[in-house]
Design a protein around this ligand. Structure first.
Ligand code: PHE
Length: 496
């Protein structure tokens, strides 16, 4: 409690001063606003609160509840209540049957509307609407209409039965509580000398000038209540996915990788054959991969299709036995939307087969997936390769662990897995909220992949889901949230 008039804030000073000047009646909010020349109710209520805490005024608060129209209620006021519109239709239609009603009214109206009518005496016999006492139906509806039209009204003033009725219907009415306050000077308030109610010049900002002079010692400072809620200023910002991509990028750049950006229109040859994915692999079917009509096929040099053909049919020079069967160069040339970004790293290696490298990409891939909580037909992969003399599995695991540790997930484990293009192959799992979640695949490229392209050293490779990672980072349980442009959600996302 502040009892000392010296510590009063400026609005409190002004309010007390003006109240003193006019004498001892009860002051309403409007009286205070007018006398103090304020337009902001919050200032008046705040000042009144402060004065009452200090014992300078007493506050009287009365709350009342007002019933007013909600969104559906406003529509009903304009176009009529649902039962009124249906009853009107029944009375004026030559054939007031259920079937006709259903064709004249939408389903969301016809269903509940018939229910409402039945409860006030309308019957349905042999598909036709009738009423034994039509006047009673009409008077029920008139009462309800009058109720709606009379709103807003004080809670006490409205008919209780009708109020209960409308409360049970969605969106028609709502109750709002309003508080009215009045303030009255206390003897203490009256006794404060007017001279001590002069408004002080308050310092809002602490400037270097102020600190350099001696003025700060005597100055009055505007107090801040740091416990009050404040609004967050709206500023432009990156979409959380873009922010995450930037973060992933900077981590790989920091780890000495260079970024690869390449097209997503590719051939089946590079997307699959080069990676020793057999031509009859189920993932290559139309229902899993988006094949293109335009370009339907993209020419590939015969030395490539020949080399892949040899590998697939009998293992080429690698000592492998291949997949057997016969290889089709035509299948290789089919145009498609890449199903993984490995299609780009393998081409990078084909162009630079002998130079040691560390390359990554964060880019879009496409798979014909049905959309659900964890699947999208279009998503992003975080792909990377390390090629160098002596590269080994340990290095691969360490690199992945380092990446996830930098992302904030120190607990990573790998498990054996299978991909046609790597041996050994592994799955990467990250611990999140006590559970292990699979985030991607990795491995060392097989000779069937590297030899036909003349790749000299071992290649460590991985491909991980970016959206999966985003779900962890943002705590989502539905992947679609990332792309629905929900502004409210977007505004509340942490800055990554
Ligand atoms: N391309 C694999 C996928 O799309 C991931 C992967 C990349 C696995 C590189 C091993 C090596 O899931």
């Amino acid at each position: 409690m502040r009892m000392d008039a010296d510590s009063l804030l400026n609005p409190e000073r002004r309010m007390l001063h003006r109240m003193q000047a006019k004498g001892g009646h009860e002051w309403s909010l409007d009286d205070v606003l007018e006398a103090c020349e304020w337009s902001d109710q919050a200032v008046a209520v705040g000042a009144g609160h402060g004065l009452s805490n200090g014992g300078f005024v007493t506050t009287k608060e009365t709350s009342s509840s007002v019933i007013r129209l909600a969104a559906e209620g406003m529509k009903a006021k304009e176009h009529g209540l649902l039962e009124a519109r249906l009853w009107n239709w029944i009375q004026n239609h030559d054939e007031p049957t259920m079937a006709n009603l259903q064709s004249d009214f939408e389903r969301h109206e016809a269903g509940p509307g018939v229910g409402l009518l039945k409860r006030i005496g309308v019957q349905l016999s042999e598909g036709r609407f009738t009423a034994e006492q039509p006047n009673q139906v009409t008077s029920h509806i008139e009462e309800r209409t009058a109720f709606i039209e009379a709103l807003p009204q004080d809670n006490e003033a409205v008919d209780a039965t009708l109020l209960e009725h409308f409360k049970s219907r969605r969106g028609l009415i709502e109750a709002v509580v309003t508080t009215t306050r009045t303030w009255t000077l206390t003897p203490l308030g009256k006794s404060v000398p007017a001279a001590s109610l002069v408004e002080k010049k308050l310092i809002n900002d602490i400037t270097t000038e102020l600190l350099q002079s001696d003025d700060w010692k005597e100055a009055a400072y505007r107090p801040f209540d740091v416990t009050l809620e404040s609004s967050t200023p709206r500023t432009g910002r990156s979409h959380p996915m873009q922010a995450l991509i930037e973060r992933v990028r900077s981590i790989f750049l920091e780890m000495g990788f260079s970024e690869l950006v390449d097209d997503y229109v590719q051939t089946a040859g590079w997307n699959m054959d080069a990676l020793f994915i057999p031509q009859d692999h189920p993932a290559r079917e139309m229902q899993d991969t988006f094949y293109l009509d335009e370009p339907k096929s993209i020419e590939l040099p015969t030395h490539l299709t020949d080399a892949w053909g040899a590998i697939h049919e009998h293992g080429g020079e690698t000592g492998s036995v291949g997949w057997g069967g016969s290889f089709s160069a035509e299948t290789s040339q089919k145009g498609l939307l890449r199903t993984h970004t490995t299609v780009n790293t393998i081409q990078y290696l084909a162009k630079n087969p002998t130079e040691a490298c560390r390359v990554f990409s964060v880019d879009r891939v496409f798979r014909k997936e049905a959309i659900d909580r964890t699947h999208l037909p279009e998503f992003h992969q975080i792909e990377g390769i390390i090629m160098e003399e002596g590269a080994n599995l340990q290095m691969l695991v360490t690199t992945l662990k380092t990446f996830y540790a930098k992302m904030g997930y120190p607990e990573v484990r790998v498990r054996p897995a299978y991909f046609p293009y790597t041996e050994p192959s592994l799955e990467i799992e990250v611990k999140w909220r006590g559970k292990w979640l699979e985030l991607g695949g990795a491995g060392i490229f097989r000779p069937e992949v590297t030899e036909p392209l003349g790749i000299a050293s071992p290649v460590l490779a991985w491909g991980m889901g970016l959206e999966r990672l985003a779900m962890l980072v943002l705590g989502l349980d539905d992947i679609r949230q990332l792309y629905i442009s929900d502004l409210e959600w977007l505004r509340n996302q942490p800055v990554l």
